[in-house]
Design a protein around this ligand. Structure first.
Ligand SMILES: *Cc1c(COP(=O)(O)O)cnc(C)c1O
Length: 373
């Protein structure tokens, strides 16, 4: 294939998946249209059952988006004004946003150099009597070290919320992401491994009381119509249309995750030959579903510029750690997260989604190799 004919390769290309599924999605749309019911009907309740079964959880509560799911998860645990919540700083500010929405305060924990997820040792060193919850983010599709984290949090009786927005279907020791902590929070933002055609999210849990609390929180604090029982209720319902689309897509998720892994495997096999110039993902087990393929190099900014000039759109997830974002107004100046800080300068996400063609993968690899040799 001629380079000029290829056009651009985007970091995500949502239309590819959704156009392949056009008939299925149109049927879902018509089913909702003709049902005459657009909020909290059977599409939502059926999707909740199907997704709970997929994750292996007892309950699933459909919500408006992933950030709301984190906020409501915190609220369901009673997290409020000035509560402390331990989170990482390299996961795009979503947890920070949810913590602040509750009036709570983040305690930033560093990440491991290999997995780039929460470092259990740093967690152990930084939690204290004020820590009321921990949010563990499974980043880029790879699960955090849950056994080690839970060993610590169980000892101190601190509830764990898993942020699974990048890890739909990942599993460790036959237990899926979302089923390790008190709650698993999901986003179905269109680019996620399971994506709606708009905003959507959910929480899974095995705890009946928490499930009841969340059902109230997502709808004005109502225990039943027009009866408000609890404060801080929200309107954060998953809508029928998005639920219907998600029901259509869920049966493909495992196949899509496998394709992501195959693509990642090709990248790592071929880029590892550049040995000391790049660090590539090496974990191809069930606990990694490659939401993003993130390579590391000291020449990050220059390589990114080169790839974009070749029509390969790349990005950095994420360029500014949460504790250094300006909205804190310097509250975290004293916080040192050396690994987080170092990773921010090295990471680069290259296209990795199921609809990427083998020609495109080869083209991307050849351009990265060209850059280094
Ligand atoms: C996308 C994402 C979220 C937020 O989800 P929204 O639906 O966009 O609110 C939260 N956490 C992580 C790790 C994400 O990737």
């Amino acid at each position: 294939m001629n380079e000029n004919d290829m056009g651009k390769i985007f970091l995500n290309d949502l239309h590819r998946q959704n156009s392949i599924l056009e008939h299925l999605l149109s049927d879902a749309f018509l089913r909702v249209l003709n049902s005459g019911r657009y909020i909290l009907g059977t599409e939502v309740s059926e999707f909740e059952k199907e997704f709970a079964t997929f994750v292996g959880s007892k309950y699933c509560i459909g919500l408006s988006n992933g950030t709301d799911s984190l906020e409501l998860a915190l609220r369901s645990l009673g997290i409020g004004y000035k509560s402390k919540v331990a989170i990482v700083a390299n996961a795009g500010s979503y947890s920070s946003t949810a913590v602040y929405a509750c009036g709570a305060i983040p305690q930033y924990i560093d990440v491991c150099n290999d997995k780039m997820t929460m470092d259990p040792k740093d967690l152990r060193m930084n939690i204290n009597k004020e820590t009321k919850a921990v949010i563990v983010t499974h980043l880029y599709g790879q699960m955090a070290n849950m056994p080690a984290i839970l060993e610590i949090t169980n000892k101190f009786e601190i509830p764990v919320i898993e942020d699974c927005a990048q890890a739909h279907g990942a599993e460790l020791n036959k237990i899926k992401a979302g089923n390790w902590g008190k709650m698993g929070c999901f986003s179905f933002y269109p680019t996620k491994n399971l994506g709606a055609l708009g905003d959507a999210g959910c929480i899974v849990t095995n705890d009946f009381t928490i499930q009841e609390h969340l059902l109230k929180l997502r709808q004005y604090g109502w225990s039943k119509k027009y009866k408000s029982d609890i404060p801080c209720g929200r309107n954060s319902r998953l809508d029928e249309l998005q639920a219907a689309f998600l029901r259509g897509k869920l049966p493909y998720l495992t196949e899509w995750n496998n394709r992501r892994k195959d693509i990642a495997n090709i990248y790592s096999q071929r880029l590892n030959k550049l040995n000391n110039k790049v660090i590539c993902p090496t974990n191809f087990n069930q606990d990694n579903v490659f939401h993003l393929y993130v390579m590391r190099t000291n020449n990050r900014d220059d390589l990114a510029k080169y790839l974009i000039s070749c029509g390969i759109i790349v990005d950095v997830h994420y360029p500014i750690p949460d504790h250094q974002q300006t909205f804190h107004k310097n509250s975290f100046l004293e916080v040192e997260l050396p690994v987080t800080k170092k990773l921010c300068k090295e990471i680069l996400s290259i296209p990795c989604y199921p609809e990427l063609s083998n020609d495109e993968i080869n083209f991307i690899v050849s351009k990265i190799v060209d850059y280094f040799v």
